[in-house]
Write a protein that binds this ligand. Structure first.
Ligand SMILES: *[C@@H]1O[C@H](CO)[C@@H](O)[C@H](O)[C@H]1NC(C)=O
Length: 306
């Protein structure tokens, strides 16, 4: 079988698609040392952040002499600022170009986080002495918008004063922990690694944790996974200053849906979850371990809903 899509064969297209897919998960994120505003221009233009950073809701009719391309080339990307190994934060970087014009005093750039509808805005004002600079380009770079992993953002760039229909807009997805660079450098992606041993007599699971964020408490719990992982009251906290990185958790039954979860006690932290019994696995083979007498707290069918 041989498909031909234009000049390229099916296999060549497939390779291109796989390559593009792979790149989106592996591409590294630009590092910044300082965040803020940078303007690049050739003439004597002053560019500074305006103090009033309030989003302008109303727009004015643009004057006839205003060129429609007064704002150009908006590019949105994610950048990272680090203060030590793994201590990095993510910011939205917005690059854009404004054409100087007698009507335009500056630009306003806003980043809206779609999940929370929260908007961060910054405005930039130009001041220039000479009218001769009209028509000159100013390249603007603003990267002080802090964001979290995996957020969807909507970025707008408007003129000051805000003229209708001249704004630029773009959607952008902030990389998540599936991006290697983010996974290795953003603390909340570091979920930890769980290992376990079972003591059938004591009906307890000893969970050893490793690869966790230093300096923070760490939670471990047992849960029953159906749609969500339902808490079953077995929970322990490993204190940050505790050198013993293991806990004992008691269980009532080893069920196929029994899972072990771990996460750092920091906001938005990622959870690691292992469900070692889902194929009846581990040392406890065979269905006799799952289906026990009716008198037990929970039967396999009732708890796991399978
Ligand atoms: C934004 O502009 C800066 C300075 O010119 C440049 O270093 C950076 O690569 C640009 N970023 C994007 C996404 O184009």
């Amino acid at each position: 079988m041989h498909y031909h899509l234009g000049r390229y064969s099916f296999l060549e297209w497939l390779m291109v698609i796989i390559l593009m897919f792979g790149m989106s998960y592996c591409h590294s994120i630009q590092r910044i040392k300082e965040y803020g505003l940078t303007c690049f221009h050739t003439g004597g233009i002053n560019c500074k952040k305006a103090t009033l950073a309030k989003q302008s809701f109303f727009c004015r009719t643009p004057p006839r002499s205003l060129p429609s391309d007064v704002l150009q080339n908006m590019k949105v990307s994610t950048v990272m600022k680090c203060s030590g190994k793994r201590w990095c934060s993510l910011y939205i970087n917005v690059n854009g170009t404004a054409i100087l014009n007698e009507h335009v005093r500056g630009v306003e750039i806003c980043v809206m986080t779609i999940s929370s509808s929260q908007t961060q805005c910054e405005s930039v004002r130009f001041s220039h002495k000479s009218k001769n600079l009209d028509g000159h380009k100013v390249d603007i770079q603003l990267n002080s918008f802090e964001v979290s992993i995996g957020q969807q953002v909507y970025v707008t760039m408007k003129t000051l004063p805000n003229f209708c229909y001249v704004e630029l807009e773009k959607y952008h997805s902030v990389e998540g922990c599936d991006n290697k660079d983010v996974e290795n450098n953003i603390l909340s992606c570091l979920a930890g690694k769980l290992d376990y041993t079972i003591n059938e007599e004591k009906k307890s699971i000893t969970v050893q944790v490793s690869d966790i964020i230093e300096g923070f408490d760490y939670n471990v719990r047992l849960c029953w996974k159906r749609f969500i992982c339902k808490d079953i009251g077995a929970h322990a906290l490993i204190k940050a200053d505790n050198s013993v990185r293991s806990v004992n958790l008691n269980y009532a039954e080893i069920l196929p849906c029994l899972c072990i979860e771990g996460w750092s006690a920091i906001p938005d932290s990622r959870r690691v979850r292992i469900c070692p019994f889902k194929h009846g696995g581990g040392k406890l083979n065979g269905p006799e371990n799952f289906i026990r007498s009716e008198s037990h707290l929970c039967t396999w069918l009732k708890c796991c809903d399978v």
